[in-house]
Design a protein around this ligand. Sequence first.
Ligand SMILES: Nc1nc2c(ncn2[C@@H]2O[C@H](COP(=O)(O)OP(=O)(O)OP(=O)(O)O)[C@@H](O)[C@H]2O)c(=O)[nH]1
Length: 304
Amino acid sequence: MSWLDRLKTGLTRSTAKLGDSLAGLATGNVPLDDARLDEIEEALIGADLGPAVAGRIRARLADAKFARGIDAPGLKAAVAAEVTAVMAAVAKPLAVTAFPRPHVILVVGVNGSGKTTTIAKLARRFTEQDYTVMLAAGDTFRAAAIAQLKIWAERIGVPVVSGEQGADAPGLAFEAVKAAREAGTDVLIIDTAGRLQNKAGLMDELAKMRRVIQKLSPAAPHDTVLVLDATTGQNALNQIEVFRDVAKITGLVMTKLDGSARGGVLVAAAEKFNLPIHAIGVGEGMDDLRPFEAADFGAALVGN
Ligand SMILES: Nc1nc2c(ncn2[C@@H]2O[C@H](COP(=O)(O)OP(=O)(O)OP(=O)(O)O)[C@@H](O)[C@H]2O)c(=O)[nH]1
């Protein structure tokens, strides 16, 4: 299956929700009036695109004065175009740019968001691009997180720096940067704990991790990526706010777009926070994380 097919299949539930309601709101030959524009705006908000984008799409449609009405393909295309415009501004694949190496990527997010799997998928993509990769099991809070990252590392064939459960995470990150530098590794991806229950503790730990890493590499971490679970819907927006405060995030990855009818929330996130979107996950397989493409996403979201 091509990536586009995967994306479309993955987004089916979001697509069905938005595409069906738009199709139901097309007017055929009847002029698009205010009442119908209101309904379209509500459908867009209902599909999690957020009030700002929904309002703008409504205004666009009102300006275009569809006096002769608008059919379902026309309405979907108009929505897709606006979604694409919003998303094109933030689509930005992760790039390995740091000199000297390693390029350090800190991966943050709440437990269960798909962090570990995303790290594995990213590692795999980088190795496919002939970069050397090292992982660091920086979520030292949970033994399962350490074990899982080690399993992935072994499967992909990349080294992993890990410690015991409860080990000092900033210290481990320091060791990892040192090891990656000594080995001449291109990319170091560091997992972190995701305990939002203790915001102050998490903030301290992530801040300390940054300070410690910067002793060895002043520009690191070069990326701080927040992994979001699409199935949490609007809660993803709250998570961005919290992690922006605690972790200085520089970009987003959204996982589980395949299992969710809430894919539209990525549009709301793009509009509200203007953070780069690096990749989206549309399945549990290693190939199910791909760089984010705005036009594909816009079309897939409305079912085109
Ligand atoms: N369907 C689907 N499942 C995914 C995707 N990404 C991750 N998962 C699954 O989500 C679950 C949680 O993923 P993890 O990578 O373990 O999440 P985590 O944030 O590291 O979670 P902890 O290790 O529990 O902190 C796993 O069962 C993954 O297989 C995705 O894009 N689609």
